[in-house]
Design a binder for this molecule. Structure first.
Ligand code: C5P
Length: 212
């Protein structure tokens, strides 16, 4: 039969990655974090001393699967560079085939911004994951600072700074002309503010089982 493709879209730090990885594990499907593709391209631009707003299509065209295992892809500098290269139509076009081939091979769970709208408009299940700015900033701060316990005031200031970065990246990702972040018309929304990871997974599995 047809390969099962599940699209998981939403803004940064809403819980997409945690959900998509767990869902893939439960369903025995491969998992692709598509944000990593844009991160690799942004990282390579920085490594080459190039402005990430300059034409990055050459870096996108030569991306290899091994690059996704690089360890230096989750810094604030790469967050911004990824968002810059992601606004370039030629970069998105170069990465489209990689994503389609990945999903077509054995089925997959893919998470990103445009999986349900552009990459797999016929995905069997589309989930759109959202959460408040505050909840997303707290989670991202915890990921980056699991090893520290700063004073309350310092912690608050850092969370506020993370929140400002997330809001700026949302605005860039939602406002761009090519493949802006938005929910597909047939996506099912899950708001993760009041749900822990297990509850989000249970809800997603319920939605998947009702559809496939
Ligand atoms: O999901 P993540 O935060 O790793 O994505 C990094 C950046 O890559 C996003 O801010 C966005 O600009 C871009 N991206 C995208 N389309 C995707 C996945 C990520 O434009 N499918």
């Amino acid at each position: 039969g047809r390969r099962l493709v599940i699209a998981v879209d939403g803004p940064a730090a809403a819980g997409k990655g945690t959900l998509a990885r767990a869902l893939a594990g439960c369903l025995g499907l491969p998992y692709l974090d598509t944000g990593l593709l844009y991160r690799v391209v942004g990282r390579r631009m920085l490594d080459a001393g190039l402005d990430p707003s300059a034409d990055a299509s050459g870096e996108a065209a030569t991306l290899r699967a091994e690059d996704l295992a690089r360890g230096d892809l989750r810094t604030p500098e790469v967050d911004r560079a990824a968002s810059r290269v992601a606004g370039q139509p030629a970069v998105r076009a170069a990465l489209l085939q990689f994503q389609r081939s990945f999903g077509a091979a054995h089925g997959a769970v893919l998470d990103g911004r445009d999986i349900g709208t552009v990459i797999f408009p016929d995905a069997a299940v589309k989930l759109f994951i959202s959460a408040s700015h505050r909840a997303r900033a707290e989670r991202r701060w915890l990921q980056l600072n699991a090893h520290r316990s700063p004073a309350d005031g310092e912690r608050e200031a850092e969370i506020a700074a993370v929140e400002a970065e997330l809001v700026a990246r949302d605005a860039a990702d939602s406002g761009r002309e090519v493949a802006p972040l938005r929910a597909a018309d047939d996506a099912v929304r899950i708001d993760t503010d009041r749900l822990d990871a297990d509850a989000v997974l249970a809800e997603a599995l319920r939605i998947v089982r009702a559809r496939v």
